[in-house]
Design a protein around this ligand. Structure first.
Ligand code: SF4
Ligand code: SF4
Length: 413
């Protein structure tokens, strides 16, 4: 049973909470020392107090809900630090959704329904991109909805990834090995070229790519913005699509977004209460899959890429234990000079940094990272997460690449 469902069914005071990971808290405060929000906001009590300590009180009465819980970014650095497997970030997210303000909010709806927004902009991407960059529009969004006017919106692509994939779909059948790709909203509507890079790289390794018959937003922004039921609905559809893909001979399901991958593989069961057990082991973040393929000897032919790059590891990839896979892949690219940044959270945390009340916090969290990047002397920054890319490109002078883009640059034509 998911934490959301348990909390809802417990009626908050009935004591029927069966998932009691908060009871495992040793009170060591390791989590608090790693929380990027607590480091920059003196009014944020930190993960120990908001998570396990607060949960005991909230079970007595929802009146103990602390408004400051809204400042948690969901980065999960506290969970990585915890020696006792307390699911601190999930406890905070569930408490916000269960006991917090349930009123419908236009801003939260707009920021979280990425599928719908992408579909609505279809055919008018250049106009929408121009509009969202105009000062009066930014001001209107700021004053009217609470979307900070200093935040830059990611541009929408003219042609979606699904549409672009049609040009190569027919040629995928020639490969004996077939793998399914969960492209997510960001690739479909904003960065279709990243999806096409995945196809080029996998084809160079003699693997064909299939799209899922149906896919919906993984649910990350929906959970973060108070729409768990919609996230659960999307997750149910996605899991059914994954199961269908596996029965139709796919080797697995790949994601190029570190946050989508964490949600699909690890968070569906314990955050949304969805049973993905039939396909869980088949879901993989792209660099995990590539690192294993390279190790097994299936590497594409590569030419040198003579660039200096600085690698930023995203919070959700750290939580999933996948950073070494990305490094193993990047180390295989000849000529690449790789510097590992001492990566703190970049601060944006998906839609968090778009909100007026969080903007300053997001930029303060990210500022040590931005300084390191500016001082790195790197040609590019590399990261696995689309929102880290947005934040770094907005806050530094560097362009950000996905590991797949570097691999595609290394391919011998
Ligand atoms: S998820 Fe991140 S912001 Fe939230 S309490 Fe944990 S470390 Fe702090
Ligand atoms: S790190 Fe884990 S065990 Fe230690 S105080 Fe935080 S929640 Fe409790």
């Amino acid at each position: 049973m998911s934490l959301f469902a348990i909390l809802k069914s417990s009626g908050t005071q009935s004591g029927r909470l069966t998932d009691r990971s908060f009871d495992q808290c040793l009170k060591c405060t390791a989590c608090s020392s790693q929380c990027p929000v607590a480091a920059v906001r003196p009014d944020y009590p930190g993960p120990k107090q908001c998570g396990p300590d607060g949960e005991r009180l909230r079970l007595k009465s929802p009146d103990f809900l602390d408004e400051a819980l809204k400042y948690c970014t969901g980065c999960k650095r506290c969970e990585v630090a915890c020696p006792s497997n307390v699911r601190i970030s999930d406890i905070i997210a569930a408490a916000r959704t269960t006991y917090g303000d349930q009123k419908f909010k236009v801003r939260e709806f707009m920021l979280s329904h990425t599928d719908l927004m992408g579909t609505l902009t279809r055919g008018s991407a250049p106009l929408v991109n121009k509009m969202t960059g105009l000062k009066p529009v930014k001001l209107l969004l700021d004053k009217g909805l609470g979307v900070d006017q200093r935040r830059q919106f990611p541009p929408y692509a003219k042609t979606s990834f699904r549409k672009q994939f049609e040009t190569v779909a027919g040629s995928q059948q020639q490969y004996a090995r077939q793998i399914s790709y969960f492209h997510g909203c960001s690739v479909n509507y904003n960065m279709p070229e990243l999806g096409m890079d995945l196809v080029r790289v996998l084809n160079a390794m003699n693997i064909g790519v299939r799209l899922l018959k149906k896919e919906k937003c993984c649910g990350v922004p929906l959970v973060a913005n108070g729409f768990p039921d919609k996230a659960r609905k999307n997750g149910t559809l996605n899991i059914a699509s994954f199961e269908q893909a596996m029965t139709e001979g796919s080797e697995g399901i790949l994601s190029t977004s570190s946050s989508c991958a964490l949600m699909l593989k690890d968070e569906y069961p314990h955050v949304l209460g969805l049973d993905n057990s039939k396909v869980q082991s088949n879901i993989s973040f792209i660099t995990r899959f590539l690192a294993h393929e390279f190790e097994a000897g299936n590497k594409p032919k590569m030419k040198p890429v003579n660039l200096k790059v600085a690698y930023h590891s995203p919070c959700h990839l750290i939580k999933a234990g996948g950073v070494l896979h990305t490094l193993n892949v990047l180390w295989e690219i000849p000529g690449l000079e790789l510097q590992q940044l001492n990566s703190n959270c970049c601060g944006i945390a998906g839609t968090y940094g778009f909100k007026k009340e969080n903007y300053e916090t997001a930029q303060a969290i990210g500022s040590p990272l931005f300084k390191q990047i500016e001082e790195s002397g790197a040609d590019y920054v590399v990261t696995d997460c689309e929102t880290c890319k947005m934040q770094v490109e907005m806050s530094t002078s560097k362009k950000v690449l996905h590991p797949l883009e570097l691999l595609r640059m290394a391919l011998v034509d």
